[in-house]
Design a protein around this ligand. Structure first.
Ligand code: FAD
Length: 446
């Protein structure tokens, strides 16, 4: 008998329990399938499709050819499974709003032909919906979730399946379309080997004092594992197993961040409407400004606030932004420019190489004050104070804002205080103190 292994956000061979199931059900042949879903695939330069095309080419090389098809998964998965004479199709469960709907539709379509859709594992150590309060409802606050998540525990990594008889039912070689990276952007090395190499380097060099180093964007010592977690070129189980014997504060802090990723996935699973709607619906009634030119200046990194501009330019240059700076630029958009968080979140989803609906939308809502664990609304980030505290010598700002390359550390976050501010750098587009007051006024009016 044969089976189909339908890859999605699990583009790896190691620690992939769905492959073991596919092999058990398909000892005579397993079709390694990827569907370029019309809804998610475009061949114009975009961070997601450029990254995906590299990742698929890499996986394809490693297994002697992926079976790549293009179209609606409901039609394509059924067609490929029937052509291969498969009795089951194997996946890692998808819990995001679109993916879980799509999988239910594919499952129904396969059932008409007596073919099973078998879900084994997920992109998480603990699948969304598993950890609940005593009354069966989901958590709305991170700290008790994280406690329950740790107590729940997770399996150890699965060994890599060996001698999988990968087959291509039509005997053709499928080229993965080569999609260019957006102009001016450089992506990191991608693929399963790149993920493992990055993880090993982080464990060797940076995990021990991650708890302190993680807040300094100039030092750039976070793990940069987010893109690998997003595409499943490594599983968090593997990372948690490596972290378990480490006793450093850094390792403990890192596990907590992985728990955040799982918490947000759980929250989105509980509340799919919170992907683009307000988690706390009261905030929908707040007074916001129309996006217009202010949004464009923010996107372009031309706000005149150095740390904000550095972050927005890092996003365009690397498809990635340091976490501390993501919070600062998000707060600036929502509380200084009074623009609804969804506009910023969409821009992030378009450019981030690690774009993840759960972490992104809930990261934004946390900053905007309308999410889980909501930061009290009056805690408005002051971008100058943040810059001085977390980028004290201005390394990060100078790296991304060349107009400020020659400005000394005292003025790099407030260049307008210089006798002669650099002529090619814009003056601040807003007065932070005034906008903070305005933001609090709008909140009080709610
Ligand atoms: P590290 O500091 O090395 O963290 C390790 C891992 O822990 C990360 O790879 C990530 O998987 C997880 N993690 C860390 N912080 C968070 C967090 N706050 N929430 C959820 N998971 C976390 N993360 C994404 O993966 N995709 C997104 O689209 C995304 N959008 C964000 C938007 C905003 C406004 C904010 C404030 C945060 C967002 N984050 C997002 C979370 C965080 O900024 C990134 O995960 C982190 O910067 C990735 O870099 P790293 O792998 O070097 O992180």
């Amino acid at each position: 008998t044969t089976s189909v292994m339908w890859f999605r956000r699990d583009l790896r061979l190691a620690d992939n329990p769905a492959i073991h199931e596919a092999l058990a059900s398909g000892p005579d042949g397993v079709v390694p399938l990827f569907v370029l879903d019309d809804r998610l695939w475009t061949t114009t330069a975009s961070t997601r499709t450029a990254a995906l095309s590299q990742l698929l080419a890499d996986l394809s090389d490693r297994i002697g050819g992926l079976h790549v098809v293009h179209g609606d998964p409901v039609d394509e998965v059924v067609r490929v499974a029937r052509a291969a004479g498969a009795t089951s199709v194997h996946v890692a469960a998808d819990f995001a709003p679109y993916g879980s709907r799509r999988d239910r539709r594919v499952e129904e379509a396969l059932a008409c032909h007596d073919i099973l859709l078998v879900r084994t594992g997920s992109p998480y150590a603990v699948a969304p919906g598993r950890v609940t309060k005593a009354d069966g409802s989901g958590y709305r606050v991170f700290t008790p979730y994280a406690r329950a998540w740790r107590e729940h525990g997770w399996r150890g990594p699965a060994p890599e399946a060996t001698d999988v008889p990968w087959i291509r039912p039509d005997g053709r070689t499928h080229q993965v379309p080569d999609v260019p990276v957006p102009a001016g952007m450089t992506l990191p090395p991608l693929g399963e080997q790149a993920a493992t190499a990055r993880w090993q380097a982080f464990l060797a060099d940076d995990v021990a004092d991650y708890d302190e180093a993680r807040d300094l964007p100039g030092d750039d010592r976070t793990s940069r594992m987010s893109v690998h977690l997003k595409w499943g070129t490594i599983h968090p189980r593997t990372m948690l197993a490596d972290l378990a014997p480490l006793r450093s504060k850094g390792a403990t802090a890192y596990v907590r961040e992985l728990a955040f990723r799982e918490f947000y996935a759980d929250v989105l699973h509980q509340r799919p409407d919170s992907a683009f709607g307000y988690y706390n619906p009261a905030f929908a009634a707040m007074e916001y400004d129309e996006p217009g030119e202010a949004l464009e200046a923010w996107k372009a990194g031309r706000t005149g606030i150095p740390i904000v501009d550095a972050g927005m330019r890092q996003l365009k240059g690397e498809g990635w932004m340091h976490n501390r700076v993501r919070m600062i630029v998000a707060s600036f958009l929502v509380k200084d420019l009074h623009i609804e968080w969804q506009h910023g979140a969409r821009h992030f989803l378009e450019l981030l190489v690690d774009a993840d609906l759960a972490s992104n939308q809930h990261g934004w809502q946390w900053v905007a004050g309308c999410g889980t664990d909501a930061a009290p609304y009056f805690r408005v980030f002051n971008p100058m104070t943040q810059g001085k505290k977390f980028d004290p010598d201005g390394t990060y700002v100078r790296r991304w804002v060349p107009e400020l390359a020659d400005v000394d550390a005292r003025h790099v976050h407030t260049p307008w205080e210089l006798d002669e501010p650099p002529a090619d750098y814009p003056a601040p587009m807003v007065d932070h103190a005034a906008e903070r007051t305005e933001s609090l006024r709008r909140h009080a009016a709610l």
